[in-house]
Design a protein around this ligand. Structure first.
Ligand code: FE2
Length: 343
């Protein structure tokens, strides 16, 4: 039995390029169609949305960069890979920001395109599965009578399952949530604020399902475009969960990488304007990450991680919140866990 493969729309003004891609991808079981410009692509998508679009940037009429936002807003379930000879990191970053999942430099090798297509469609499948899962849960929780605790419990299980696929991040979000709640408790948060904090901390990195795992786990330093690519998770995550959680939770997830002094990537607010939950998750996230092993480095000791929190207080971290966490650690008030119980 042949497993039905996804559909791909190839948008390029050069017939030869469309032909090479069409032949190669069709041989691997993908169902391909072609469009020679943006307008034709939109018309074809309207008639029958594709699972994936591979689109050139430089085309007669509307540029691929202009058509991209139309595709991502009108056909949200269609993944897009942009292809171009342009290597300007600003253009690449803008494409990613506008919803493209990947970017291929021209001239390309077919193997490179195939790798990107397979990776993008794998991520799309997972993202759709999660989205449908949330939608189903959202329906179940539409009635006020359904306890939110049940929903949260299922979300927890989902996040744990996702993280369990990677040994190094196993339990990360659950532990960030435990640490964040410990800070919230010290700050005498109301039960409602504690619940928002718990949801946001559990879901803070859910957007990483759309991030290239090779970049996510890259040992050593990231290039600026790789860093930008990883940071798209703070934009994708909120969009994914927006229909099913309240605005405060969405705001916390959106701002969990903001720096207190405003120096974070594309940051628009700073200091106390950053939601307090986001300032808490930022500190909890950093502490959990520092005290955990990664493929490319060993975990830091509790002592060294606390020194880092002090060092970046006032710049990356809210100094009051960093101080509260340090005191909680010193007073051994954090939930006992093997990952952050080191010396
Ligand atoms: Fe994150």
């Amino acid at each position: 039995m042949t497993i039905p493969k996804e559909s791909i729309l190839l948008v390029d003004d050069e017939e030869a390029i469309r032909g090479i891609l069409n032949k190669g991808l069709a041989m691997r079981g993908y169902i391909c169609d072609e469009a020679e410009d943006g307008e034709q692509a939109l018309a074809k998508l309207k008639a029958k949305p594709s699972d994936l679009v591979i689109m050139d940037i430089n085309m007669p009429g509307r540029q691929g960069t202009e058509v991209l936002p139309d595709i991502t807003s009108r056909f949200p379930e269609t993944a897009v890979i942009m292809a171009s000879g342009v290597t300007d990191t600003k253009i690449i970053a803008k494409c990613i920001q506008d919803g493209a999942q990947d970017y291929i430099n021209k001239p390309f090798r077919f193997e490179q395109v195939l790798q990107s297509v397979n990776g993008t469609l794998d991520k799309r499948r997972v993202a759709l599965e999660i989205q449908r899962y949330f939608q189903d849960m959202g329906k179940t929780n539409g009635s006020q009578a359904e306890p939110r605790r049940l929903f949260l419990g299922t979300v927890e299980a989902l996040v744990n399952t996702l993280e369990s696929l990677d040994n190094y991040i196993k339990g990360h979000s659950q532990e960030v949530s435990d640490i964040a709640l410990s800070i919230g408790k010290q700050m005498e948060f109301s039960p409602e604020d504690m619940e928002d904090l718990r949801w946001a901390a559990l879901l803070h990195d859910v957007g990483k399902i759309a991030v290239d795992p090779n970049i996510l786990n890259k040992p050593g330093e990231l290039t600026s475009s790789e860093y930008r690519h990883i940071m798209t998770h703070a934009v994708i995550g909120p969009n994914l969960v927006k229909p099913f959680v309240n605005d405060r939770v969405v705001d916390i997830i959106s701002h969990h990488h903001d720096h207190y002094d405003g120096s974070g990537l594309d940051q628009k607010i700073r200091g106390k304007d950053i939601p307090i939950g986001a300032r808490i998750v930022a500190v909890a996230d950093a502490y959990q990450a520092m005290t955990s092993d990664r493929p490319y480095r060993r975990a830091m000791s509790k002592h060294d991680a606390m020194e880092e929190l002090v060092w970046y207080s006032g710049t990356q971290f809210d100094p009051i919140i960093a101080n509260i966490l340090i005191n909680r650690i010193k007073q051994q008030q954090l939930p006992i866990n093997n990952l952050y119980s080191g010396s």
